[in-house]
Design a protein around this ligand. Sequence first.
Ligand code: SF4
Length: 279
Amino acid sequence: MARGLFSVSNLIKKEEASKNIASLFLQRIEEAYVKIQPPYKPSIYYKPSSLVCLRQMYFTRKGIDPEEEYKTASGIGILESGTDRHDRIQHVLDAMKNLGMEFEYIDVETYVKEHNLADIEIIEKKGMETKCFNKRYNMSFLTDGIIKYIPENKYFIFEFKTEISQKFQTREHEEVIHQSQAACYALNFGIPDTLFVYEDRNFCNHKAFHYHVTEDDKKFKVTDKIEKVEQYLKEDKVPPKITNKDIDPNYVGGQDRVTGPSAKICQYCKFKEHCNKYL
Ligand code: SF4
């Protein structure tokens, strides 16, 4: 449906572009925006943000090519804006200790070395971000940061999310699927506490939530899933499709993959066509 709408809107834009220079200029900006994007390189490793659907995890590990996305200047701009906001808030966090505040932004590589995390390899450092790989779980990840609460010498994972105003205004806790990322970082760094900060994309207001990962969380949200997918890979068998209860065992109502949290996972999945080949 979305694609049909885009096609109609593209036709209207082309029609307008043929009539005046401003519309033509705008059309070319939007085309160029898409054309200069580097090609997407799919990864065959697990990622903290993609540990939700077993089937999706299986396709990733199998190296199935993700379907090509319909890219727009607007969609690319939203991603760029999110990346930029991450960079800016990381610089703010980095300044806190020198401002005499209780929080310190910790360099991930230093943390990994000081805590002898033998399973974690540092792949690369880009500005304030550090790309890591967990050899044991075949997981590649790029955390938003590690924070130390100085008075208690206690570490927290920092997770930053930007979202539209409508979602932000009604937000009362962290998103359930974001808890899986917290569980992954708890497993990778041995830090069970995450501070989530959500930012309103329009007005840059913030809300913060503290989420504590339990041993059951790590098992249910991460290790059990990885073990199951590795078993499916060994048996060369495609796992079942996602259900709402896979995401939130307490979820009631909704129709799997049509309404509820699973619908959103399928909506943004890059293996939709491939998935439809199996029951
Ligand atoms: S379309 Fe839905 S069920 Fe199929 S692989 Fe993607 S997320 Fe899983």
